[in-house]
Design a protein around this ligand. Structure first.
Ligand SMILES: NC(=O)c1ccc[n+]([C@@H]2O[C@H](COP(=O)([O-])OP(=O)(O)OC[C@H]3O[C@@H](n4cnc5c(N)ncnc54)[C@H](OP(=O)(O)O)[C@@H]3O)[C@@H](O)[C@H]2O)c1
Length: 262
């Protein structure tokens, strides 16, 4: 991997899974960190361990990013502490594998607020200072589920399609101004995600969160617009591009309807 040239990273959803793996990967490389999530006990544990092991500066901010004012609160806390973020990792996210009508609008609104609104808001708040310094990186975690419509995971996959489209557009706007925006498509990864999503991943292979974090940082340093994690996922991503859209919908429907509780 190229030498990392970022000083301080803000990682959302840093209390477990992929976000936690990013924290350890960056700490090993001497990058200072601001970690956010809702679980204070986990953030305290990780912050203490990272500081002890790697001697970096680590702060944590307890934050529920499904609330519309949270990005602003995080931004104000950073300003108050005089912390300049040159690497933003928008990682926090939740999904649901479900019949569309089986979830309430309250739960969909929470998912959309977290997966989309908070990511756009943090980008909007932190990008200006990166631009002023002509230096900054943003990693936005999407999903391979974003690469085609997914019956039975409809809202989640649509939020992740937004993440790719938004990230690539911002990549285009700011690439020549010293900013790299890289969206990441992990496939099935061994984290708490499946439990929260009520996802039946039985029989599916998975990547480790450490692999996802490492590959994502490599892609960022190569200034890529998007990275699909894992060769198998990369090859599968061609199928929706080659087949008629309706065929793709029916293939995914056939795969997923057996994996959702009636
Ligand atoms: N695992 C997979 O198979 C997979 C595949 C493709 C994409 N992804 C994406 O990868 C990202 C990370 O997920 P993961 O797999 O690492 O799952 P995870 O272990 O469940 O981690 C999710 C993180 O998001 C935080 N979070 C959840 N709700 C939040 C809220 N309302 N406000 C603030 N933080 C919140 C959680 O912390 P608290 O609960 O402490 O708040 C946790 O740190 C997500 O965007 C997910 O969509 C995962």
């Amino acid at each position: 991997m190229k030498k990392i040239h970022y000083q301080t990273a803000l990682i959302t959803g840093a209390s477990s899974g992929i976000g936690k793996a990013f924290a350890y990967e960056l700490a090993k490389k001497g990058v200072n960190l601001v970690l956010t999530a809702r679980s204070e006990n986990l953030l305290v544990e990780i912050t203490t361990d990272l500081h002890k092991k790697y001697g970096i500066k680590v702060h944590y901010i307890i934050a529920d990013l499904s609330k519309s004012n949270t990005p602003e609160l995080i931004f104000n806390e950073l300003k108050q502490k005089d912390i300049f973020i040159d690497l933003l990792i928008n990682n926090a996210g939740i999904g649901k594998w479900t019949n569309f009508l089986d979830q309430t609008m309250v739960s969909y609104n929470e998912m959309i607020a977290l997966n989309i609104n908070s990511l756009v808001a943090l980008t909007h708040l932190l990008l200006p200072k990166m631009l002023a310094n002509k230096h900054g990186g943003i990693i936005n975690i999407a999903s391979t589920g974003a690469l085609q419509p997914c019956p039975y995971i409809a809202v989640y996959c649509a939020t992740k399609a937004f993440v790719i489209s938004f990230s690539e557009a911002i990549h285009g706007e700011y690439f020549d101004k010293g900013i790299t925006v890289t969206s990441i498509c992990p496939g099935n990864t061994q984290t708490n995600f499946a439990k929260t999503a009520n996802a039946n991943t039985k029989g599916m292979s998975y990547d480790t969160p450490e692999k996802v974090a490492k590959e994502s940082l490599k892609a960022l340093l190569k200034r890529k617009n998007n990275k699909i994690i894992g060769f198998g996922n990369f090859m599968q991503s061609f199928i929706p591009r080659l087949l008629p859209r309706k065929t793709v919908i029916n293939i995914v429907k056939g795969m997923m309807n057996k994996k959702v509780n009636p």
